[in-house]
Design a protein around this ligand. Structure first.
Ligand code: OGA
Ligand code: MN
Length: 284
């Protein structure tokens, strides 16, 4: 079967069919997959049956897999592959189940070099629900009024592990944990090299404040931008099929999980993060 690549939505994303990635793809196919990812921000490769080690081989087509940080369980034979399961519990004394990442975010923006991309491989899915939503932050930037683009051009934002603006209430972290992830500063508008375009770089639970603005003005701007990006014209909702490998571009997208499935229905994903660079400031 030849490789077929089709659009997933008007907002972003493509799907590839006709591949069995248990065998490494030839150089032309590998280049086509990387280009599809870079140009469309989300690449879904359908109908795969991959062991964790094979998933890692696929991930390496797109860059260097990152060692996984705590939180997620690790697989012994492939330590860069994490388990993302609806069966996980937060140990807050009540053994609450949780679906992680339900607000708009980009992965690990609280780090100096956030992962370029994230891969999720759908192992088990609930009967319905559990889509992942993606927001095109290049399109959202391009749709801003010129006056806003000029106003935000050179601004920088502080990202915290847990922003004081975050709507969720987390368990208190230990001083040692806090020391491990000091606040970082990233440009508010970042340059996306593969498409030579600018993207807004926002994340709900991490964005603390704009460096150059007073608190009130900073909060008002961040709220304004969050409202602007959250429009259906920028958004694609991925309805998972078992065997989907989805790779998304953290440099120019936000995404969120949807906690709209019953938690007695397991949802199990294997996840790999791809190493990234410090965000480049936007070009104006
Ligand atoms: C993630 C994430 C969304 C989902 O893995 O980083 O946000 O739908 N996942 O599981
Ligand atoms: Mn995420």
């Amino acid at each position: 079967m030849p490789l077929v690549i089709d659009l997933l939505s008007a907002a972003l994303g493509v799907e590839a069919r006709g591949l069995d990635l248990r065998q490494p793809p030839d150089a032309d196919t590998a280049r086509a997959l990387v280009a599809a990812f870079e140009q469309n921000s989300v690449l879904c490769i359908r109908e795969q049956r991959l062991s964790p080690a094979q998933l890692l081989t696929v991930a390496k087509l797109f860059g260097t897999p990152k060692a996984q940080v705590n939180k997620h369980q690790q697989l012994p034979d492939a330590p860069e592959v994490a388990i993302l399961s609806s069966e996980s519990r937060v140990s807050d004394g009540r053994e609450t189940r949780l679906v992680q990442g339900t607000t708009w975010h980009t992965d690990h923006s609280f780090t100096v070099r956030p992962p370029k991309a994230t891969l999720l491989y759908a192992v088990r899915l609930p009967e319905s629900g559990g889509d992942t939503s993606f927001c095109n932050m290049r399109a959202a930037y391009a749709a801003l009024p010129t006056s806003t683009r000029e106003r935000i051009g050179g601004l920088n934002a502080v990202h915290s592990y847990e922003s004081s603006r975050s709507p969720r209430k987390m368990m208190r972290r230990t001083t040692a944990e806090e020391a491990q992830s000091p606040d970082v500063t990233h440009p508010l508008v970042r340059f996306h090299e593969p498409t030579a375009s600018n993207a807004l770089y926002l994340s709900t639970t991490r964005l603390e404040r704009i460096v150059e603005l007073e608190r009130t003005a900073s909060d008002a701007l961040l709220d304004e931008l969050m409202v602007h990006v959250d429009q259906e014209q920028f958004v694609y909702h991925h309805a998972w099929q078992a065997g989907d490998v989805v790779i998304w571009d953290n440099r120019c997208l936000m995404h969120h999980a949807n906690a709209d499935f019953s938690l007695d229905q397991p949802r199990l994903m294997h996840r790999v993060l791809i190493e990234g660079e410090a965000p480049l400031p936007g070009r104006h």
